[in-house]
Ligand binder design. Structure first.
Ligand code: NAD
Length: 260
């Protein structure tokens, strides 16, 4: 098993990509923390993992709350000794032209993606340094960490920002064997994407089928969605990579949409 006994905190893991990563990490032997907004949803996912023979706990954590993040990571350290892996994955999407976008929505997006990444990074880096065991920090970026699309100004800005944060963490973390990388998925069919298909159809004045074919998958090599399993496999590769040779990088997992 690639992650035997490692303690992995995954934010936003009661759903979608984070949930798939949690299941895969548990299969690889990790002790998994499901950190999500609602305690009952986090616990329900943890229960599912525990029923399959894995080891998981669910905690309530709004990643924009300094208090909830610090208390949540302290509870993990108290229960399981340390944190070895952080997957900063919690996220939302907001579809709007810039001219119609409120400041409130802009700030909400940056708070969840960037404040959340900072707060969880700070708490987990402190735990990793205290344990002396180093660790792996993985940010859930997007093709939109490198590329832009209309209607997604705050999302594109936040996802680009994660690349900068990951590079700084790689430089500051190296002396303590803390690695930091970004996964940049293409479109994956999760609730986050299913919600925006009708929203984009309305904004562009096209059908939902056209949104999928001519907006979302237009630049892939084969017209295929990326899957949660594709992203989870990449997250396992990054979490289990043994040296600082692979740090400060981003990996695009997107059926060829945006080639670096
Ligand atoms: P999802 O909606 O299925 O899951 C997102 C999870 O984040 C939910 O469980 C939600 O409760 C949680 N969350 C939201 N706000 C939170 C907060 N403040 N604190 C803690 N948890 C919070 O979405 P997903 O598609 O699985 O997205 C996961 C990540 O992957 C996001 O960062 C998203 O931007 C990124 N991503 C998704 C796609 C895609 O096509 N689905 C592509 C590239 C990147």
């Amino acid at each position: 098993m690639l992650l035997n006994q490692k303690v992995a905190v995954i934010t936003g893991s009661a759903s979608g990509i984070g949930k798939e990563i949690a299941f895969e990490y548990a299969r690889e032997g990790a002790r998994v923390v499901i950190a999500d907004l609602a305690l009952d949803a986090a616990r329900a996912t943890a229960d599912e993992i525990n029923k399959t023979g894995g080891t998981a706990m669910g905690i309530a954590m709004d990643v924009t709350s300094e208090e909830q993040v610090d208390q949540g990571i302290a509870a993990v350290v108290a229960a399981w000794g340390s944190v070895d892996i952080l997957v900063s994955n919690a996220g939302i999407q907001i579809i709007s032209p810039i001219v119609d976008l409120s400041l409130e929505k802009w700030k909400k997006m940056l708070a969840i993606h960037l404040d959340g990444a900072f707060l969880t990074t700070r708490a987990c880096m402190r735990a990793m340094i205290a344990s002396g065991n180093g660790g792996s920090i993985i940010y859930m970026g997007s093709v939109h960490s490198h590329e832009a699309s209309p209607l997604k100004a705050p999302y594109v800005s936040a996802k680009h920002g994660l690349i900068g944060l990951a590079k700084v963490v790689a430089k500051e973390g190296a002396k303590n064997n803390i690695r930091s990388n970004v996964i940049c998925p293409g479109f994956v069919r999760t609730p986050l994407v299913d919600k925006q298909i009708p929203e984009q159809a309305k904004q562009f004045g096209i059908s939902e089928a056209d949104v999928i074919k001519n907006v979302m998958l237009k630049d892939t090599v084969d017209g295929e969605f990326t899957t949660t399993a594709d992203v989870a496999r990449t997250a396992t590769f990054l979490a289990s990579f043994p040296t600082n040779a692979l740090t400060g990088q981003s990996i695009v997992v997107s059926h060829g949409w945006f080639m670096q």
